[in-house]
Ligand binder design. Structure first.
Ligand code: 13P
Length: 285
């Protein structure tokens, strides 16, 4: 299949109440593990990238990798840009074949967030590409952005309604609901009540950020309340590292790289399949 568009995938997930996993890819091997895991479970999938990862590999190589991986399977694979405030990066992703992009203006004052999100929205919609936008402040570290737990701010329902009125064609909306990027320090404090108020006021699929470390019942409560895109980054990164280090511990003298690449691939693919099964998107391609 050619690279898929995220918006129709998420609309269907929202109405049928399952979650589509969005993994932050690391390298070609990690993208391969994500796509093959989705194919094995016949699930739609999203590959997303932080700006930092794009800077390592380049726009065109990533676009080419994901396009060829997507063409090798018959499940929909969307290519998405995670948190980004740079309109030039957004344009370059679109030019290289990304089918959706996120503009993250959540650290800006509310009206300025609307103004700048509008610039990204116009770029994305005129290219036929989906946009994700955020309000409130999601805690933790993602890419170069750090929000201390005490500074995390839940999205305000009235602001969610006002914000989304400006962007009727938004592919996915990311209001802060208490989850955090990275490894949780204590028990995650998800504002389920706030999530329910937002989803009854705004009919746009919701992105659940900070998926690593949430328990099965936390995922399913969020998904049944309207979270259609479920972001997983830290878990995938840790599995990338563990795949390598576990084999190194077992065979310290192994000097051939291919078994390490295969061990990483298997480790990441198992994690991908576990999340797909947990989010209910198995068989939904
Ligand atoms: P985690 O790193 O907590 O999985 O969060 C991922 C995320 O939300 C990416 O935007």
């Amino acid at each position: 299949m050619s690279i898929a568009y995220m918006k129709p995938m998420l609309k269907k997930a929202q109405s049928e109440k399952y979650g589509i996993a969005a993994f932050n890819m690391i390298d070609y091997n990690s993208a391969r593990a994500v796509v093959d895991g989705a194919q094995e479970l016949n699930a739609p999938i999203i590959i997303q990238l932080s700006v930092k990862t794009i800077k390592i590999w380049g726009f065109k190589p990533i676009g080419d990798w994901v396009r060829s991986l997507s063409e090798s399977v018959d499940v929909p694979v969307a290519l998405h840009l995670d948190h980004c405030k740079d309109l030039d990066v957004i344009q370059r992703c679109i030019d290289a074949g990304w089918t959706s992009v996120m503009f993250d203006g959540s650290s800006l004052p509310f009206q300025e967030n609307i103004r700048q999100t509008k610039l990204a929205y116009d770029i994305a919609t005129s290219a036929g590409v989906g946009l994700e936008a955020e309000i409130g402040a999601i805690g933790g570290t993602e890419d170069d952005k750090f929000v201390a737990e005490d500074d995390a701010i839940l999205a305000v329902v009235d602001e969610c309604v006002e914000f989304c009125q400006y962007f009727p064609d938004l592919a996915v909306f990311a209001p802060a609901i208490g989850t955090a990027h990275g490894v949780y320090k204590g028990e995650p404090k998800i504002a389920y009540g706030r999530l329910a108020e937002i989803t009854s006021a705004v009919d746009i699929p919701i992105a659940l950020h900070g998926g690593t470390g949430l328990a099965a019942d936390q995922f399913s409560r969020c998904i049944s309340s309207g979270c259609a895109k479920v972001n997983i980054s830290t878990m995938h990164k840790l599995q990338f590292i563990q795949g390598f280090t576990e084999l190194k511990d077992q065979k310290p003298n192994l000097g051939e790289p291919i078994p390490f690449i295969e061990a990483q691939y298997e480790h990441m693919k198992t994690g991908v399949k576990n999340m797909i099964a947990l989010f209910g998107s198995q068989g939904k391609a």
